[in-house]
Design a binder for this molecule. Structure first.
Ligand SMILES: [Zn+2]
Length: 140
C-alpha cells in the first residue's frame, strides 16, 4: 500500500458562535491543508507506477474544496447569528460557505475528508492547520 499527499494553503474567515473566548468574534486564518490518499500503483499506461497523478489530486482538491472555500466566510448553518452575517455578506456579493456543523478545525477536517471521499478519492488522512502551531487530523 502506498500513500501520497499534497499540501494546499487557503484563507477563510469564521466565527464560533457560543465560544467562551475570543473565537466568538469574526476573524480569519490562513489554513494549510494536507490531503493524503492511499492505493496501489497503476500498472501501466500514462499513470503507470503512480497511485494517482499529483496534478489530478491538485485539480480535484481545487474544484471540490478550494474554489468553494478560499477567501470565503465559513459559517455554521445551524447558528442564527452566523447565518445573519452570511446573509449580509451575500447581499454585498461576498463569498460564503455554509457547513452543517460548527466551523472548528475538527469539523472542517471531517467535512473535507467526506467531500473528497464522496468524489471517489481514496482519502486516508486529512491534516488541517488552523494556525502554524495547531492542526487537526482526521482519518477513516
Ligand atoms: Zn478561528
Amino acid at each position: 500500500m502506498f500513500k501520497i499527499a499534497k499540501e494546499f494553503s487557503f484563507d477563510m474567515a469564521h466565527m464560533l458562535d457560543g465560544h467562551d473566548r475570543k473565537c466568538k468574534n469574526l476573524h480569519g486564518h490562513t489554513y494549510t491543508l494536507q490531503v493524503e490518499i492511499q492505493g496501489e500503483l497503476c500498472e501501466s499506461g500514462a499513470k503507470g507506477g503512480m497511485v494517482m497523478d499529483y496534478s489530478d489530486l491538485k485539480s480535484a482538491v481545487k474544484t471540490h474544496i478550494l474554489d468553494k472555500m478560499d477567501h470565503a466566510f465559513l459559517y455554521d448553518l445551524t447558528s442564527e447569528k452566523e447565518q445573519k452575517v452570511a446573509q449580509l455578506l451575500n447581499t454585498l456579493d461576498s463569498k460564503t460557505f455554509g457547513l452543517p456543523t460548527r466551523t472548528t478545525a475538527e469539523q472542517l477536517a471531517k467535512f473535507i475528508f467526506d467531500e473528497l471521499t464522496a468524489q471517489g478519492l481514496p482519502v486516508s488522512l486529512i491534516r488541517l492547520w488552523e494556525t502554524p502551531t495547531s492542526y487537526c487530523e482526521y482519518t477513516s
